[in-house]
Design a protein around this ligand. Structure first.
Ligand code: HEM
Length: 402
């Protein structure tokens, strides 16, 4: 389906542009074409913050589920789960999963774990930097912390993270498999079956003895009416949701602060500034750029007609740079008063419930990194700024101590 109306800005957009530097295009779209048909995506792009908010809020009109026989690759890999369901079936699952991630609960149960894990990671970075001039913090810090924490909070053993990295890689490939290559699809489904056995084994153990893990809380939630399969599919989603996103937030924040050394120096002399700096980084370089929805009936957004079932991308990253809401949105400013009004964790019924855990990881671990290495710097000739039109992160983050 291609709309008859003309969308000149959308017509010129390329995926490469969107991946490298979408921000000038977003500004043009917000000003002149806030709902645009983009052939490169074969989708509608909605860019103004108010329109993206409405798209995400009105889950009765804009659903997660594609029309007819179109396949949702995430559901194809994990089975039905929160990011393929709406209304009461979604709420039934979310109500149970959201509890262990509430800010107070996350702080109480996971602060110690994050501190210990970050201390070990920073110690390993120090050992590496004793013998080498530089290190890639994407792997050595961000990925290491994000994977360890999501795996540990779910209650799985963290002594062998490589198997979880393998699951993640196979899930990621299957979910991004827009051409439905059967080999990639099968590999994703096989990985899910092995992951499923691991979760079933853990549930079995937890039924005998409870612990502090998220899975234990879910299994022992007296109000829960979830089937074992619902738990398994949504644990897989939660694991998947907590890795690349969180690693991207950590790396993008380090990169943004190293690019703005005056602001980093302010945080180093006054730690109270860090939480808003993390929000500003999430706004400025959103790890997740898009939220996909499908209208259940013919609709209009900002006066543009969209037919039932057509794919719509709510551009979280464009909404985060809407000049009608954020003053001078392309500037990174840790003092921005409304930085935390970004949509990087989305909005409405599917708002990311992992947000408190992600924020906790950043507020605990980043000061540990910057305290141990107060003079970290980027290496200009090796610098790779954040990139990507769906997930957006620094491809590498190579730094030296001085
Ligand atoms: C900075 C880190 C993170 C970012 C930027 C992020 C972003 C998002 C976004 C944008 C959504 C909504 C998608 C949509 O509406 O289409 C979402 C949902 C979700 N996220 Fe996160 N996320 C992060 C961390 C986490 C963590 C740590 C976890 C797990 C502990 C997690 C688990 C989930 C789950 C399960 C959902 C689905 C919720 C639902 O459908 O009700 N996320 N996330």
């Amino acid at each position: 389906m291609t709309p008859t109306q003309n969308f000149p800005i959308g017509a010129t957009v390329t995926l490469d542009q969107m991946s490298k530097n979408p921000y000038p295009i977003f500004q043009q779209m917000i000003a002149h074409e806030p709902v645009s048909w983009v052939p490169a995506f074969n989708m509608w792009l909605v860019t103004r913050r108010a329109d993206v908010l409405e798209l995400l809020r009105d889950a009765e009109t804009f659903t997660m589920e594609p029309e007819g026989d179109q396949i949702n690759p995430m559901e194809d890999t994990f089975g039905p789960m929160m990011l393929s369901l709406d209304g009461p079936p979604h709420k039934k699952i979310r109500d149970v999963f959201v509890e262990p991630y509430r800010p107070r609960h996350a702080r109480k149960f996971y602060s110690g774990l994050i501190t210990q894990t970050a201390a070990a990671i920073v110690g390993n970075i120090a050992k590496h930097l004793d013998q080498h001039d530089e290190i890639d913090l994407n792997q050595a810090f961000s990925d290491q912390l994000a994977v360890s924490i999501v795996v540990a909070t779910l209650g799985f053993p963290v002594d062998d993270l490589s198997q979880f990295r393998d699951y993640y890689a196979d899930f990621g490939a299957a979910i991004g498999n827009i051409k439905f290559d059967p080999t990639i699809r099968e590999r994703g489904q096989r990985a899910f079956q092995t992951f499923r056995q691991l979760v079933l084994h853990e549930i079995d153990t937890l039924q005998q003895t409870a612990n502090d893990s998220v899975l234990s809380q879910i299994v022992h939630d007296a109000k829960s009416q979830l089937t074992t399969e619902e738990i398994v599919s949504n644990v897989a989603l939660t694991f998947f949701g907590g890795v690349e996103t969180t690693a991207a937030m950590l790396s993008n924040t380090i990169w943004a602060l190293l690019k703005h050394p005056d602001q980093l120096a302010d945080i180093q002399s006054n730690g109270v500034l860090l939480p808003n700096a993390i929000e500003e980084s999430l706004r400025w370089e959103s790890p997740v750029q898009t939220a996909m929805r499908f209208p259940v009936r013919d609709v209009e957004i900002a006066g543009i007609p969209i037919r039932k079932g057509e794919k719509i991308y709510g551009m979280l990253s464009a909404a985060n740079r809407d000049p009608g809401f954020f003053d001078q949105p392309d500037i990174f400013d840790i003092y921005r008063p409304n930085a935390n009004k970004h949509l990087s964790f989305a909005y409405g019924p599917h708002f990311c419930f992992g947000a408190p855990l992600a924020r906790l990881e950043a507020t605990i671990a980043l000061p540990m990194l910057f305290d141990r290495f107060p003079n970290l710097s980027l290496i200009a000739e090796k610098e790779t700024p954040p990139a990507g039109h769906e997930f957006r992160a620094t491809p590498t983050l190579i730094v030296r101590k001085k």
